[in-house]
Design a protein around this ligand. Sequence first.
Ligand SMILES: [Zn+2]
Length: 356
Amino acid sequence: MRVFRLLIFIIFALCANVAIAQDADTVLLCSATDSATIASDSLKPAIDSLHCNIHQPIAPMRTLGEVSAIDTLPTTCEELQIILFNDNTWRYVRTKPSPKDEQIFSENWNTTATHVYYGVTADNLPESIAIELVDSLSGHHYPYKGYMSSKYGPRGGRGHQGVDLPLKTGDAIYATFDGKVRYSAFSASGYGNLVIIRHNNGLETYYAHLSERMVEAGDWVVAGQQIGKGGSTGRSSGPHLHFETRYKGQSFDPERLFDFKTGELRRRDILLKRRHFSIYAKYEQNFTDEEEAAKQAAAEKAAAKSPSTAQYHTIKSGDTFGHLAAKYKTTSKRIQELNPKIDPKKIQIGQKIRVR
Ligand SMILES: [Zn+2]
């Protein structure tokens, strides 16, 4: 019944062309254009303009916690679905990668091998790689939350290319970002039951020693979706998750992304340096360095995006940052950067907001 009411609410919200904020900062819905309604075929072109701008609108980072998806709703955008969760929240998900991402899922795509970037070494990667971990439509989630029994770094002859998180056999393991399962099989190389997900952001994550795999190669998954159960299969001395993060096959310390103790994603963007792909490059060794570099990169990115003349918008009834982002072809994040003292949840009618 609650779900039904929520559906009606969403449909009403879309048809009424209003912007709503739900659960504080979890999900923002922003109408695509001033005239669009989701139900009318005659307005399909207006809706289509929504998914062309899909990297632009709306806000949020979405963590699912223990929340699970209960249903999905189609939209008139073929690439977009609304996913409903059992806590009455919802968000948009991409059902297909945007054209820009398609290459990610075709290059070196092999569902039968664990490592597929043959010939790629850290030396032939760029000096630094900027990766947007989450964008306006994507969520993130910890793979498993807990203490680490073994960190990334030199260990024995080969080095430990991931982190180990002890668990109870059967504990839920979650997809960290949206993406497509590249590998789901028992790997004889020591990983045991292994799931590898290639993400829209270009990274791959490895989930090893699972007692059960709940996805198959080729499945699309969303951040926070349970992809398996923890276990001790393969070369393992007790139940734990061995979790790896890789870019073009090169591993880097997963702690650069997640604080596994709190489950938090450390940042929305990451600047991976070539030197990070060394087994000796531990996250905490250059913590301050990394924070500074990330700030610097964000500032440079913001400056590069900033046109020479500022542009302002006067807030009208129903406006949200997501709404403005769509209107001015920018992002909520960028508007927030331009207005650091303004709380997006407390904007008032008549207030002037810098949008460019
Ligand atoms: Zn391990």
